[in-house]
Design a protein around this ligand. Structure first.
Ligand code: ARG
Length: 301
């Protein structure tokens, strides 16, 4: 597949048409951890962690992440709700591209009450909500990652989202969806082990995927653009990273990975998220990438 590497969203480039457009300022959705905790077990990270997340520390870690991201992106907030301890993981709200949003259809029944709240948030922001088949589980941007450089959506399935999800996304968003089968229960969402970065770079943990999916990834991504991480980085959720303005925010990073990222032109920024790791999430899970504002808001200052 000849991938056309261009970072600027097409509509943005057309509207503004400056000789050299500034990189798009990203917009993110977050949810304060007021009611965060490990109250049930729906992934292996949560085993033996019920009641173990320290809320004051979680709040401090989240605030630290929020502050760092806020310096480089616009952040929107959805109101946290008692009894929904995982709502803080807004990556699972849905997937929003352009003015259309798909709201998650949670596989995890404990999280199904979040669907209505995220739906209301998207509606209030003026997104048009695309209909989604009742019987197809889909956990949003946890399992569907827009690759800005290639204009495609990478989709994970096997643990939370259904195998049919990618073809529905393809129809809704009119973009190629590449389906990747996740085989390691510790990497149950695509964003726990796979992170498309700007400029066509891709950071991922190959062992989380079946052989055919690994081959698909490598067929689409030239070797010089791949940042394949080892198990140690993978287990500290290095791939669960948020990139804004060339900075890559992550829970932890080995010296080797740090050097790789710097070589690729990124600035790794470690922001510890131990309390959220107990629930099976880190930096990327705590954010949802929003379209709209990202391409229209001018950089401040
Ligand atoms: N405890 C949450 C769950 O299992 C963590 C979600 C992490 N989110 C993510 N996008 N990987 O649903």
């Amino acid at each position: 597949e000849a991938a056309v590497l261009s970072d600027a969203p097409r509509s943005d480039a057309r509207e503004a048409a400056p000789p050299r457009p500034a990189p798009a300022r990203r917009a993110l959705l977050m949810c304060a951890p007021d009611h965060f905790g490990v109250d049930y077990i729906i992934n292996p990270w949560m085993e033996n962690q019920i009641g173990q997340a320290a809320l004051p520390r979680a709040k401090a870690q989240w605030e630290n992440l929020r502050g760092k991201l806020a310096a480089h992106s616009d952040i929107a907030f959805v109101t946290p709700t008692p009894g929904l301890p995982d709502m803080v993981f807004t990556a699972n709200a849905g997937l929003a591209i352009g003015d259309t949003a798909v709201v998650s259809r949670f596989n995890a029944k404990e999280r199904r009450p979040e669907e209505r709240l995220f739906c209301e948030w998207f509606e209030a922001q003026g997104y048009s909500i695309a209909p989604w088949p009742e019987n197809v589980p889909f956990e949003g941007a946890g399992d569907a990652l827009l690759d800005h450089a290639r204009g495609i959506v990478w989709c994970g399935y096997g643990w939370r989202s259904g195998e049919e999800a990618p073809k529905h996304l393809e129809k809704i968003f009119g973009r190629r969806a590449v389906a990747l089968r996740l085989i390691d229960p510790r990497f149950y969402h695509l964003d726990t082990c796979f992170c498309p970065l700007s400029g066509g770079w891709l950071m991922f943990y190959p062992d989380a995927f079946d052989i055919a999916s690994r081959e698909a990834i490598r067929a689409i991504t030239p070797v010089e653009k791949r940042i394949e991480v080892g198990e140690k980085d993978a287990l500290s959720f290095a791939c669960n990273a948020v990139e804004v303005a060339g900075r890559v925010f992550l829970n932890a990073c080995s010296d080797e990975l740090r050097a790789r990222l710097i070589d690729a032109g990124f600035t790794p920024v470690v922001t510890p998220l131990s309390e959220f790791m107990k629930a099976g999430g880190a930096a990327k899970c705590l954010t949802l990438q929003l379209p709209g504002a990202a391409s229209t808001v001018m950089p401040r200052g």
